[in-house]
Design a protein around this ligand. Structure first.
Ligand SMILES: [Zn+2]
Length: 287
């Protein structure tokens, strides 16, 4: 089975090193490449989280490469990325100033989407300062991936990361595609409802952390597994869900096993592969 991991991170720092270790892995691109090959993962979508400059609202890229020139997006063959919208200092008044930088990045082949870190930065996704980015996403036919659910940082404010806020943005911008990252966990029911809109999709990344194993997971957390399965079925449309890990948060092999049991086998092809290709359409040229 071919797999696309619709949500990974790679940043060369101590914080990510510790998380990778806890998941039984290694925080390096060579490790990623080996694991991807071993497990049949043909592509990973990296989420940009390192600002290219200190300018308010400057775009964030998918590693520590802070250079915009000449070819900063020369990422490995097995990755594409979403440019991170950095709302630090961003306002609806100054958004137009940084927008050309985002557009420049979006024009590069491996940039397949935008990523918004609501919850980490205190603004709802429907805030007006994001509107120009939604228009840009629609123009370039790429999705806006929205962090939803719990935040990894103690300073995060989770009310901003509620999946219902994605519904507001999706209603106002019907031509923009939105991805509810992490299935809005723990607001899975609300995320299922929000994804009823044609332009809203869900990734199931980061719903577990650490060196997970299927056997112990289903023994200890069968209620959680049933809950996720139930609400996926409630939505009743398996075109809506994408596999992702939030690597380095969780070990890839265990997570694949667990998701294979949660998602009914007849939907595996869509869940693990096809849906991500549809949502991140620009990726097709590399696969
Ligand atoms: Zn993430």
């Amino acid at each position: 089975m071919k797999i696309i991991d619709a949500h990974i991170h790679y940043t060369d720092n101590e914080y990510f090193e510790a998380i990778a270790k806890a998941a039984g892995g290694e925080n390096s691109l060579s490790y990623l490449e080996r694991e991807f090959k071993r497990l049949g993962i043909v592509m990973g979508v990296g989420m940009g989280n390192v600002p290219v400059s200190d300018e308010p609202g400057a775009p964030s890229l998918f590693n520590l490469d802070r250079t915009m020139e000449p070819d900063p997006y020369n990422y490995p063959d097995f990755t594409c990325f979403c440019v991170g919208i950095n709302p630090r200092g961003l306002t609806k008044e100054n958004a137009h100033k940084v927008l050309p930088q985002y557009e420049k990045i979006l024009k590069t082949p491996r940039c397949v989407g935008l990523k918004a870190y609501v919850g980490y930065h205190q603004a709802y996704i429907y805030d007006e300062m994001y509107h120009p980015f939604f228009e840009l996403a629609a123009a370039y036919r790429v999705p806006v991936v929205v962090h939803t659910g719990d935040t990894a940082m103690p300073g995060g404010k989770i009310k901003y990361a509620h999946p219902l806020s994605v519904d507001d943005a999706a209603a106002e911008f019907p031509d923009t595609v939105f991805v509810i990252a992490h299935y809005g966990n723990p607001w899975i029911i609300d995320a299922s409802q929000a994804a009823r809109k044609d332009n809203v999709f869900i990734d199931l990344s980061g719903m577990l952390a650490g060196n997970v194993r299927a056997e112990s997971f289903f023994k200890e957390y069968s209620g959680y597994a049933d809950h996720v399965r139930t609400w996926m079925k409630y939505l009743g449309n398996f075109d809506k869900f994408m596999y992702g890990t939030d690597w380095p948060l969780v070990n890839m092999e265990g997570y694949i096993e667990i998701m294979s049991e949660i998602v009914p086998p007849e939907h595996h092809e869509k869940f693990f592969y096809e849906n991500a290709l549809n949502v991140f359409g620009k990726m097709k040229q590399f696969i």
